[in-house]
Design a protein. Structure first.
Length: 69
């Protein structure tokens, strides 16, 4: 669960994409066996509203140095 901050609104109720990626990246790191992300990528289907949000993280293959989420 996350609370998307309206302070990151760039106009018209659209939240900054980098902010959204950081929220999702943090959720992925919390579920990962590794402490830091190596690479992040996102495609946005629509602009989410500020407020409560649910983030689902699905674990993928993981190894000694990398994990996919």
């Amino acid at each position: 669960m996350a609370d998307l901050d309206p302070g990151w609104d760039v106009g018209g109720g659209i939240l900054n994409g980098g902010y959204l990626l950081s929220v999702v990246g943090r959720a992925a790191v919390l579920e990962s066996p590794h402490a830091h992300p190596v690479a992040l990528s996102a495609s946005y289907l629509r602009a989410p509203a500020a407020g409560p949000a649910t983030i689902a993280v699905e674990s993928g293959p993981s190894g000694r140095t990398l994990a996919h989420s």
